[in-house]
Design a binder for this molecule. Structure first.
Ligand code: UDP
Ligand code: MG
Length: 317
């Protein structure tokens, strides 16, 4: 039996040694072989050098290195594709995902027959207030407008059976939002709560704005509700216009036609113009997604990996 640990890494040179140290300690207490599948997501620091060394010294450490930064979603996909284990864990390199939980996750899967054991951060300590607020708003909104349930605080850190991983890999969409995909595939899932931790070294690659646009992407990827808003506002403004028209006709019939109302007209024209652009923008977002999907580009490009190295070694022999 193998437990595969998939670790996407972007500029994690400093965190990786701590990560390996912590996991080597835990490994011994687990009743199966542990293998690592690192993905270097186009790091600009020495991450790749660290990974090469790891792979050279430990046959259970594998890595793939991208030709540029493709984002964590692509990293996860690459790692999950390469992982061979009967159970697969997705984990960050910064030790924000407590490795001590692995034993309990494994127990829940093996003994209680869960297919997925996820983790849920119970507090948002150490996070800027504005970020927490937006994050809560996002999950609230998502729970209202998307049919795929997404719980607040759920991390990517999770253990899955081979069957679940294969299901996830069968979704080959280009616009990947992992939290949504994990939830969409279903299966018997439970969540372990834990307290938030600071990352061990290095710094987070997420700014407020990148998180904000990430959440907008998530909405477009997992809900068509914005399209409903567009048609809904259209209908409402049509109704209003009809009522106004009747009012104006009646008023003219009763009081005659004093020529005035240019400012209100200008405002209305602007308002309706704005609504139209707003609706077009929403539709445009979805068309953009379709555009990217139809191009059918690969999710990532691998420049180097331990497998490729083995192949070239064989060729050169
Ligand atoms: N990561 C990645 N590609 C990116 C950004 C991040 O592979 O473009 C990895 C990163 O190395 C880490 C994980 O994704 O292992 C989570 O990133 P981070 O710790 O910056 O996010 P946070 O924990 O703050 O949500
Ligand atoms: Mg982190």
């Amino acid at each position: 039996m193998e437990l595969s640990i998939v670790v996407p890494c972007y500029n994690e040179e400093e965190a990786l040694p701590y990560f390996m140290e912590a996991l080597t300690k835990i490994e011994a207490s687990l009743p199966l072989t542990v293998a690592y599948y690192f993905v270097d997501d186009g790091s600009t620091d020495g991450t790749l050098t660290v990974l090469r060394k790891l792979a050279a010294t430990n046959p259970r450490c594998h890595f793939q290195s991208f030709s540029r930064n493709f984002g964590k979603e692509a990293g996860l996909l690459a790692g999950l594709t390469q992982a061979q284990g009967d159970y697969v864990v997705v984990m960050d390199a910064d030790l924000q995902d407590p490795p001590e939980m692995l034993a309990e996750m494994l127990r829940l899967i093996q003994e209680e027959h869960f297919d997925v054991v996820g983790t849920r951060r119970m507090d948002r300590k150490g996070e800027p207030i504005l970020r927490s607020l937006f994050s809560r708003m996002f999950y609230y909104l998502m729970s209202k407008i998307s049919k795929t349930p997404m719980l607040s605080g759920v991390r990517d850190y999770r253990m899955m059976t081979r069957q679940v991983v294969d299901s996830i890999l069968s979704l080959q969409e280009y616009n990947r939002f992992s939290k949504g995909i994990f939830s969409w595939v279903g299966y018997r899932t439970t969540y372990l709560p834990y307290e938030n931790r600071e990352r061990i070294a290095g710094k987070t690659s997420w700014s407020f704005w990148s998180l904000f646009s990430y959440s907008l992407e998530a909405i477009v990827n997992f809900s068509d509700f914005p399209l409903t808003i567009a048609s809904f506002t259209g209908i409402i403004s049509c109704l209003l216009a009809a009522i106004f028209m009747i009012v104006i006709v009646v008023r003219t019939l009763i009081f005659g036609d004093p020529t005035s109302g240019w400012p209100s007209l200008a405002t209305i024209v602007l308002f309706v113009g704005g609504l139209q652009l707003f609706a077009l923008g929403i539709v445009g977002k979805y068309i953009g997604k379709i555009f990217l999907e139809t191009k059918d580009r690969p999710h990532y490009i691998i420049k180097e990996s331990d497998e490729k190295k083995e192949q070239t070694d064989e060729l050169s022999r």
